[in-house]
Design a protein around this ligand. Structure first.
Ligand code: TYD
Length: 208
């Protein structure tokens, strides 16, 4: 799977509660240790001082759907300029907790923003860069919701109803099916240990 000279950019995606945030930090540490490489871990929206300020706005302030999508891409532009592009340029790996597939799934699938508008922003903000690998945590929305309800105070997205998360999940699965060379789908209902075993196999294939 390792491609010489190719940007090493890995993203984690999935509906809220599917488990990606439990595993992404561990994955980045294991990747660094096993492959002996520099790994930068970041998240979206956020990852820079400005991006974290935008994150608290989009997660908590009501706004027009297009404003929401534009802010996601504004935070992304900043993250690319400050973190992702310099890291890839010096040969480091980048692992990001979410990237543009989240906008397709949440603003597109979940909220119904036209795919053509998201495609324009994507083309504007990162015309040449897509993740090398995207790990999608897939889990039935009713199970994911139960996990969120018991574990934390909910933000503007997490407070959406189950139908919203069904649409988000469907959009993620459709994207993964369209691009099965980039996506690896993990069953989020598996135990933490089972998922770690799968992630270890993925890491081994990345740095062999
Ligand atoms: P999340 O990874 O769930 O953060 P945490 O695990 O700390 O709760 O991300 C925050 C929310 O942002 C999540 O509900 C999905 C949403 N989001 C979008 O709607 N569009 C996007 O483009 C991105 C990056 C995130």
């Amino acid at each position: 799977m390792k491609q010489a000279g190719h940007p090493r950019f890995v993203t984690f995606e999935g509906v809220d509660g599917a488990g990606k945030s439990t595993h992404v930090g561990w994955f980045a540490e294991m990747l660094a240790a096993r492959c002996g490489v520099e790994v930068i871990l970041t998240r979206e929206p956020g990852g820079t001082a400005l991006g974290e300020a935008l994150r608290s706005l989009v997660l908590h302030r009501p706004m027009h759907l297009e404003t929401e999508a534009l802010l996601m891409f504004a935070a992304r532009r900043e993250l690319l300029a400050e973190v992702i592009e310099p890291a890839l340029a010096r040969g480091a790996w980048v692992v990001s907790d979410r990237f543009s597939d989240a906008t397709v799934a949440y603003q597109g699938g979940g909220r119904g923003l036209a795919a053509t508008k998201i495609a324009v922003l994507r083309q504007w903000v990162h015309p040449l860069l897509e993740p090398t690998l995207t790990v999608l945590f897939d889990l039935a929305p009713e199970v994911a919701r139960r996990r969120i309800e018991t574990s934390r105070t909910r933000d503007r997205f997490e407070a959406e109803d189950e139908a919203f998360f069904v649409r988000v999940r469907d959009a993620y699965r459709a994207t993964a099916a369209e691009d099965d060379r980039r996506f690896l789908v993990i069953d989020g209902s598996r135990t933490v240990n089972e998922i770690r075993k799968r992630l270890e196999e993925i890491i081994a294939s990345l740095c062999c």
